[in-house]
Design a protein around this ligand. Structure first.
Ligand code: ZN
Length: 205
């Protein structure tokens, strides 16, 4: 049976193994551990946005300052200082007041993950014929709410599209459909007579 505990009025179940492994600890300590691990390892959307921004600045000039973040995110300096402090406490950045910010290993690992997630969603949106500017902007909003499972599938989808672009199959027809709204069946054996593939040739030359 799993022990049932109430936290802030809500029933809270945790796995019996965790309970047994920690039977020497008091319930408060045990809950503290569970809560700590949850709050420490789940970055907020705001932290993710800051991390990504800091990472971009660091790639350009080795460290990030309050004014860089103010410029890019359009926030007020006191909020940046406060956020830097919070991120330092959670082990994402190295930060001393009045000096630049760099990323810790933990921060860098997460920043890389966020950056690749951003890139994947941007690539996907661009396959849907969405302009780069919009794709970048919307990817940064979507990325916070996408599961690992979806990201994995998107990676495979993008890879498939890239590969099929080399041979110019259905992907040209999808592109044509986005631009004209007209669905044309393609006959691979008769591609030279295909209106879409001859249209693509005209677009290239
Ligand atoms: Zn065709």
């Amino acid at each position: 049976m799993q022990p049932l505990i109430f936290i802030r009025g809500k029933p809270f179940l945790f796995h019996i193994n965790i309970y047994e492994q920690n039977f020497n600890h008091s319930i408060e300590k045990l809950l503290g551990q569970i809560f700590m691990s949850k709050t420490n390892d789940t970055p907020t959307v705001r932290i993710e946005n800051y991390l990504e921004t800091i990472f971009q600045v660091i790639q350009r000039k080795k460290f990030a300052q309050v004014k860089d973040i103010v410029e890019i995110l359009g926030v007020r300096p006191p909020s940046v200082t406060e956020m830097f402090q919070k991120m330092k406490e959670r082990g994402y950045i190295n930060y001393e007041r009045y000096s630049g910010v760099t990323l810790t290993e933990k921060g860098k690992t997460l920043a890389l993950k966020i950056q690749s997630r951003h890139q994947i969603i941007k690539d996907f949106l661009m396959i849907l014929d969405i302009g780069e500017r919009t794709a970048i902007k919307e990817a940064s909003e979507i990325q916070h709410n996408v599961s690992e499972e979806t990201i994995d599938k998107l990676i495979l989808f993008i890879d498939f599209v890239k590969k099929s672009k080399k041979t110019g199959g259905w992907i040209d027809h999808l592109d044509y459909f986005f631009k004209t709204g007209e669905y044309v069946e393609c006959q691979p054996a008769n591609r030279e007579n295909c209106p879409v593939h001859s249209w693509k040739q005209k677009m290239i030359h």
